[in-house]
Design a binder for this molecule. Structure first.
Ligand code: DGY
Length: 329
């Protein structure tokens, strides 16, 4: 019997491709060529499964062109590149890669918070430029992390990881806002108190965004929200571009309406709002919160195992639309 066809849209670990090849006829992209959407649709013809990395948009229009498709496995916990409703309607399973990146991403969120609060990249640029001639009492004075109020918007697994780091490692007072309040045991384990979004904006010294992107979280932080923050506050976004109105944030940073920002994600990335690039009080990183090799390997393996589990036994590990499983003949 001929093997099912699977497409891997971007270059990934060779050992993960080799694992997929044990089960499927795999078309991969080892040169990591940037496929246009039309090329992606062309490559997906006849494919039963596709391994995506979070950038490939799987929507109604694409699905209509790929009637043979049965599963899209994202190598990312976020899946705003998937129209899950359209996939469910067409009987296509969607899977993501949760859990395996939680601690690594929480580490990075905390690192970005600290780099922003303590003005690390700004002061490094100053040093590298040969401008450091002498000590002064307020040179690159930043804000304290220990004992400060840590606000978290979006209290899923990664948000909880950041809360634990703040509460246990740095003695921070942790407050959070989420679509739904956590149970008392989880709040206790994170030493986190639930507050309204308004309270979160007004009282956080460091506000970290970890909520999923959707139409309802688009520009969840815009000019009106930033206006409610303390002038001394820092805003950290490791969630998704589009959750923050980057133009409004750049204006606020320029006018020192808040102290600083740490951004790993951007509206329209890999493009970055040009004003952000000129500002000293923002730390910018290229969407690397989950980027350690062990974690990226675990994410790639989970996406591959979802393809293998579903296509060989009907048992994916982390389905997003399990209704597709029960609807199968
Ligand atoms: C995720 O997994 O969603 C991270 O943002 C990496 O893309």
């Amino acid at each position: 019997m001929s093997k099912l066809k699977v497409l891997v849209a971007r270059a990934v670990f060779p050992e993960v491709i080799a694992k997929l090849e044990q089960h499927f006829d795999v078309t991969s992209n080892p040169a990591d060529e940037p496929w246009s959407r039309a090329q992606l649709i062309g490559k997906m013809q006849g494919m039963t499964g596709v391994f995506t990395t979070g950038a490939e948009r799987i929507d109604k229009e694409l699905l209509a062109e790929c009637p043979q498709l049965k599963i899209c496995a994202n190598m990312a916990v976020g899946y705003n590149n998937f129209d899950v409703d359209a996939m469910t309607a067409q009987g296509v399973l969607a899977t993501n890669a949760p859990d395996v990146l939680t601690e690594t991403t929480a580490d990075f969120g905390f690192a970005l918070l600290m780099a922003t609060a303590r003005r690390m990249t700004e002061s490094e640029h100053y040093l590298r430029a040969g401008k450091w001639q002498r000590w002064s009492y307020d040179m690159f004075a930043g804000s304290d992390v220990h004992g400060a109020t840590l606000g978290i918007l979006g209290m899923g697994r990664i948000g909880q990881g950041i809360a634990r780091r703040g509460a246990y490692g740095f003695g921070m007072k942790v407050i959070y806002h989420n679509r739904s309040r956590l149970d008392a045991a989880t709040e206790g384990a994170c030493k986190a108190a639930y507050v309204s979004k308004e309270e979160l904006l007004k009282t956080s010294d460091h506000l970290v965004l970890v909520l999923p992107y959707s139409a309802s979280s688009h520009h969840a932080i815009g000019a009106a929200e930033i206006a409610q923050m303390k002038p001394s506050a820092n805003l950290i976004n490791i969630a998704r571009g589009g959750i923050v109105d980057d133009a409004a944030l750049a204006a606020a940073l320029r006018d020192r309406r808040i102290a600083g920002a740490g951004l790993d994600v951007f509206e329209g990335e890999p493009k970055v709002h040009p004003d952000l690039l000129t500002l000293p009080n923002v730390v910018l990183t290229p969407h690397i919160a989950s980027a350690t090799l062990p974690t990226r390997l675990a994410m790639a393996n989970l996406a591959a195992d979802n393809l293998i589990g579903f296509l060989t036994q009907g048992k994916p590990l982390t389905p997003l639309n399990p209704a597709v499983l029960t609807a199968r003949p």
